[in-house]
Design a protein around this ligand. Structure first.
Ligand code: NDP
Length: 509
C-alpha cells in the first residue's frame, strides 16, 4: 500500500478487516468464488490521497460469458427451484450480514468514492439494507390473477402467471455504488432472477464485498456475479449478450442511450435510470430557513455527485435576496475534508478527471456571466487537493451551461422569477425529468406545482428523500422504468396468460 494511503488509514483508524479487503488485487466474483484471470489490470485510485489503492481485474467478454453461464445454471437450478419463502430468508440473511458488516461497508464506500463516511453509514449502507429487507417480503407475494373471461364461448379458465424474467445485467455508476446495486439486486432476487453486476471500474469494492457476504450466508453459486472492467468492454458485452434477459442500467444519458440501442438488438427488457438537472422552485410563501437547509443538502450531498441533485433554483423575487444570503452562509459553513473524517461533509470528487470536468462547468459559468456568490473562483486560486468548495452562482439563465447541463459536482445555480407560470415554464424547459422540488407553506400551491412539474420524483419542502416503497425514476432524457417500490417488480417479471378451454360437462346418467 502507498505511503500516504497507509498514513491516511492510520489517522482514521481504518479497521483491519477493511485494510485486508482492499490491500490485494481485486478480481471478479463468478460462480460463487472470487477469481482473477485478467491479463490487464486497472489502477484503483483513492480519491483523497490520489494514490493507487490496489489494482482491479480488467475483464473481457469471456469473463462475461462465464458469469452469464453461471447465472443461467443457477436460474434453472437451485435458485429457480427454491421455494419463495426460502428465497426470502436468504435475502434477509444477506441484509443481516450487511448490518453486521456495516462499518466495513461504510469504510469501503468512503475509500472508493471519496464520500463522507457519515453519509456512507446513514444513507448508502442503511439504505441498501432497507431495500433488501423491503423486497425480501415481496418474494411470497408475486401472484398472477384469475380472470372471468368476458368474450369467450363455452367454459374457460383464464389466469396469468408471473415468472422471473431470467438473467439480469445490472450496470452501476460510481456515485452510490452500494445503494444503487441494492436497488437492482433486491428486486431482481425477490422476483427469482439471477444477476450479473458490472460496477463502475472506479468503485468496485462494495459490490465485491456484497458478493462475498452473499456466498457466506448461503446463496447458491451463480445467483450474484460481479464482472469488473471497463464500461465499453464489460458493459457493452452485457448489453449485447444473448444470455441476458433484462438490462437495468443506471448512469449518464449519453451512455444510457447507446447501451439501450445495443440491448434492443437482442430484445432485452430494459430499464434506464439516467441523468438529471433538477429544478427547485421557492415561492414567496416558503419558510426560507427550511428551504435554504434543504436546498443545501439537496445539492451538496455526496459533494454534488447525485443524480437528482437540485441544481437549478428559481426563487420568487420577494424572497430571492434573503434565500441567497442564507444559501451562502450555509454553504460556507459546510465542513470540508477527507472522506474518512466523520466531521466532513464536502469531500474529494471521485477522480481528478471528474474534478476537471466540474471545473470546466464552473469556468463556463464565470465566462457566461453568472455571478459568483461563494465557492470556486475562476483561474488559479483553487485548492490543491481533489476537493471543490461548495459553489453557488446567481443570475443564471437557461442559455448558460450551468443551468442546462448536468454538472454532477458541488455547483448550484440560482435565478429569480416574477410569476409561478414563468417558474414552471423555465423549470420544465430542460430535456431531463428526474426530480423537482417545491418550497412553499401554501398547500394548494404545492399540489398545483407538483402536478405541473415534469419530473418522476417531486419533493415538497425537502429534497432527495428516498424510501424502498416509493418508485424512483425519470421522464424524458432521464430515462424510463423504475427502481424501488412495487412498480419495479414488473421490470423483473414476465407475465404469461394461460387460457384453458374446459370440455363441456355432460349431464350424469
Ligand atoms: P456512466 O454513464 O459513465 O457509467 C455508468 C455505468 O456504465 C458504469 O458502470 C460504466 O462503467 C458503464 N459504462 C460506461 N460505458 C459503457 C458502455 N459503452 N456500455 C455499457 N456500459 C458502459 O455514468 P457515471 O458512472 O459517470 O455516473 C454518473 C451518471 O449517472 C450521471 O449522469 C448521473 O445522473 C447518473 N445517475 C443516475 C441515477 C438515476 O437513478 N437516475 C442515479 C445515479 C447516477 P465504467 O465506469 O467502468 O466506465
Amino acid at each position: 500500500m502507498e505511503k500516504n494511503i497507509a498514513s491516511y488509514f492510520d489517522q482514521f483508524a481504518v479497521p483491519a478487516e477493511v485494510v485486508s479487503f482492499v490491500d490485494r488485487p481485486i478480481g471478479h466474483f463468478i460462480d460463487g468464488v472470487e477469481l482473477d484471470t485478467a491479463a490487464d489490470r486497472i489502477d484503483l485510485i483513492e480519491p483523497f490521497t490520489r494514490e493507487r489503492l490496489t489494482s482491479l481485474a480488467s475483464g473481457t467478454a469471456s469473463d462475461v460469458d462465464l458469469a452469464v453461464a453461471s447465472a443461467r445454471k443457477a436460474l434453472v437450478g437451485p435458485w429457480g427451484r427454491m421455494p419463495p419463502l426460502e428465497r426470502q430468508r436468504l435475502i434477509l440473511r444477506l441484509a443481516e450480514a450487511m448490518e453486521a458488516d456495516a462499518d466495513v461497508l461504510a469504510h469501503l464506500e468512503a475509500i472508493d468514492v471519496g464520500k463522507a463516511i457519515s453519509e456512507a453509514r446513514t444513507i448508502d449502507v442503511a439504505g441498501a439494507i432497507a431495500n433488501l429487507e423491503y423486497f425480501a417480503g415481496w418474494t411470497s407475494k408475486l401472484d398472477g390473477r384469475t380472470t372471468n373471461a368476458v368474450a369467450l364461448a363455452g367454459e374457460t379458465l383464464t389466469y396469468t402467471v408471473k415468472e422471473p424474467v431470467g438473467v439480469v445485467a445490472a450496470i452501476i455508476p460510481w456515485n452510490f455504488p452500494l445503494q444503487i446495486l441494492s436497488w437492482k439486486l433486491a428486486a431482481a432476487l425477490a422476483c427469482g432472477c439471477t444477476v450479473v453486476c458490472k460496477p463502475s471500474e472506479q468503485t468496485p469494492l462494495s459490490a465485491m464485498r456484497i458478493a462475498h457476504l452473499a456466498a457466506k450466508v448461503g446463496f447458491p453459486p451463480g445467483v450474484i456475479n460481479v464482472v469488473n472492467g471497463l464500461g465499453h468492454v464489460i458493459g457493452q458485452a452485457l448489453a449485447a449478450h444473448r444470455g441476458i434477459d433484462k438490462l437495468s442500467f443506471t448512469g449518464s444519458t449519453p451512455v444510457g442511450k447507446a447501451v439501450g440501442k445495443t440491448a434492443l438488438e437482442t430484445m432485452k427488457r430494459l430499464t434506464l435510470e439516467l441523468g438529471g438537472k433538477s429544478p427547485v422552485i421557492v415561492t414567496g410563501n416558503a419558510n426560507i430557513d427550511n428551504a435554504a437547509n434543504a436546498i443545501l443538502s439537496g445539492i451538496f450531498l455526496n459533494s454534488g455527485q447525485v443524480c437528482d441533485a437540485g441544481s437549478r433554483v428559481y426563487a420568487h423575487k420577494s424572497i430571492h435576496d434573503e434565500l441567497v444570503h442564507k444559501l451562502r452562509s450555509g454553504a460556507e459553513s459546510l465542513p470540508i475534508g477527507a472522506g474518512l473524517d466523520p466531521a466532513s461533509r464536502i469531500t474529494p470528487l471521485v477522480s481528478s478527471a471528474h474534478r476537471t470536468k466540474v471545473l470546466d462547468h464552473i469556468d463556463s459559468a464565470h465566462a457566461e456571466g453568472a455571478a459568483l456568490v461563494t465557492g470556486e473562483p475562476t483561474g488559479s486560486d483553487r485548492r490543491g487537493d481533489g476537493i471543490l468548495r461548495p459553489t453557488i452562482f446567481d443570475n443564471c439563465s437557461e442559455n448558460m451551461r450551468i443551468f442546462r447541463e448536468e454538472i454532477f459536482g458541488p455547483v448550484l445555480g440560482v435565478s429569480h422569477f416574477d410569476t409561478i407560470d414563468q417558474a414552471i415554464e423555465r423549470a420544465n424547459s430542460a430535456d431531463f425529468g428526474l426530480a423537482a422540488a417545491v418550497y412553499s407553506d401554501n398547500v394548494d400551491e404545492t399540489v398545483q406545482l407538483s402536478r405541473r412539474l415534469k419530473a418522476g420524483n417531486i419533493y415538497i419542502n425537502a429534497h432527495g428523500l428516498l424510501d424502498p416503497t416509493m418508485p424512483f425514476g425519470g421522464m424524458g432524457a432521464s430515462g424510463f422504468g423504475k427502481d424501488m417500490g412495487p412498480e419495479q417488480l414488473d421490470g423483473f417479471l414476465s407475465t404469461k396468460s394461460v387460457y384453458v378451454q374446459v370440455a363441456s360437462s355432460s349431464a350424469p346418467e
